[in-house]
Design a protein around this ligand. Structure first.
Ligand code: GLU
Length: 464
């Protein structure tokens, strides 16, 4: 008898007596999606009276997708955000949260939409730690319950003397401010946050990464039924298929999207070992041809990793990877001679920049010139024509960049003057150079410009 009652009770709980309404229906009925976020340039912020931020825009699109209004709630700190999600006090958290092993026991994560590394930050002019073992006790402060704490805990297994303080009041931009004010020595923030905040804290520098790339995802209550989770999956699938997610990532993170940890370590190493050998030449060539020397250094790194003897299977050669024809045109007698290569590369790039249509504004000219350096002016022109035919601006790099890949599609290249081209290559090329430029600009050993920048090329990546 007892068992029957229990079964009836269970049945009753699961069905008519009180089966919880699916979460998704509940959201739809209330007409509002409640999203937790945090104030940060990478998540949610107010810009000239309008709301912005990567997470905000993404959440707004999801609310539109569900046909409900968006309500953003900003908890006091990360600890409360995680607790509120765990307890189902909001529908989801969209706040650049790292998907970590420990968190998976408390929270359900949606699909990965971005990857970041954790970076140790210090102030320029103060002592730069060599590595994580080089941090004296009491000098490192991180956000309590953050993925950074989790990472430090796992590093501590190998380095028992590692020690840090946890701050439960401030978020990571608050901690960056403390480093800037020299109230603390070091903090750890995610690479996306660091890039977004660099404009606000120009004196802060990244010493090194303390983690491999880690995934970010939206967080939902673990105890939830599947209805919201499945809708989040569908939404991200749609966002990916339509290219909308890429566009949003590009808008907020631009060139930092394809983060390559190994590659980044390699350039940091070569900044010490190779760059000093060519720095003077790069500076002189930059001055002569009206470039920022960081720009030439970034191009040379993209071309040859600063190896004057580099050679590719297609026969291009040297520090600036000149073709035989270009070398001849520029009067180069020995392509393996670093100085000749740098000066010829700079001269060639300057001549391309000169030949670009006048309508292209100063701020975008360098990206167009680099794309043409990679794919040729003819194909670039074809891409500009396609861009215009699609109602976009042929004089804006971001618009042309989005149309360049069409040059490899029959439907499009058949209508062009110069025909087929691997249009995504110049896009990648420019993107890589932007990223190298970023690294060079933020690297302590190259951070102080020795020559005044002779052109108005942007000295820092555009702030959001
Ligand atoms: N990705 C970090 C985390 O999930 C961001 C939080 C923070 O730094 O405040 O913990």
């Amino acid at each position: 008898m007892k068992r029957i009652i229990i079964s009836l009770l269970t049945l009753c709980l699961l069905t008519a007596c009180g089966e919880a309404q699916p979460h998704l229906d509940e959201i739809q009925q209330r007409g509002e999606l409640r999203v937790l976020s945090r104030y940060s340039l990478a998540s949610y912020y107010v810009k000239a009276d309008t709301l912005a931020g990567f997470e905000y825009e993404l959440a707004q699109r999801f609310a539109d997708y569900l046909g409900v209004k968006l309500k953003v709630i900003v908890p006091d700190n990360l600890t409360s955000m995680l607790r509120m999600i765990e307890e189902g006090q909001a529908d989801l958290a969209a706040a650049g949260l790292t998907i970590t092993e420990q968190r998976k026991n408390r929270i359900r994560f949606g699909p990965v939409y971005h990857e970041v590394t954790q970076q140790l930050v210090y102030k320029r002019g103060s002592s730069k730690p060599k590595d994580i073992t080089d941090i004296p006790s009491g000098q490192l402060e991180v956000v309590a319950e953050s993925s950074h704490v989790e990472q430090l805990e796992s590093l501590k297994e190998e380095i028992p003397e590692l020690d840090w303080r946890e701050n439960n009041e401030l978020d990571n931009s608050g901690l960056l401010e403390l480093v800037q004010l020299e109230l603390i020595d070091y903090t750890v923030v995610d690479s996306n946050e660091m890039s977004a905040n660099q404009g606000l804290f120009p004196e802060l520098r990244v010493a090194f990464d303390i983690s491999e790339p880690q995934p970010l995802g939206w967080a939902m209550p673990l105890a939830d039924d599947d209805s919201l989770y499945l809708e989040v999956l569908n939404f991200f699938q749609d966002m990916e298929a339509s290219g909308e997610l890429d566009r949003l990532i590009e808008k907020y993170y631009g060139h930092i999207r394809r983060f390559d940890y190994v590659d980044t370590r390699a350039i940091h190493r070569r900044i010490q070992t190779h760059l000093p050998l060519y720095r003077d030449m790069l500076q002189q060539a930059a001055e002569q041809y009206g470039f920022d020397w960081y720009m030439l250094a970034a191009i040379a790194y993209q071309e040859s990793h600063w190896n004057p003897l580099a050679v590719s299977s297609t026969g291009v050669k040297g520090l600036m990877m000149l073709t035989r024809a270009t070398a001849k045109e520029m009067g180069v007698t020995d392509r393996e001679d670093a100085e000749q290569s740098i000066f010829a590369g700079a001269a060639y790039l300057a001549s391309i920049k000169e030949r670009l249509p006048e309508g292209i504004p100063k701020s975008d000219r360098i990206w167009f010139a680099l794309a043409a350096y990679n794919i040729g002016l003819g194909h670039l022109e074809d891409a500009r024509v396609i861009t215009q035919s699609q109602g976009k601006d042929p004089n804006r790099w971001n618009d042309v960049r989005d149309h360049l890949p069409l040059l490899s599609k029959q439907k499009w290249f058949s209508q062009t003057r110069h025909g087929y081209a691997r249009g995504s290559e110049p896009v990648r090329y420019v993107q890589n150079i932007k990223r190298y430029l970023d690294i060079l600009l933020h690297h302590e050993d190259t951070a102080v410009p020795v020559t005044p920048a002779p052109t108005s090329e942007p000295a820092l990546p555009a702030a959001l």
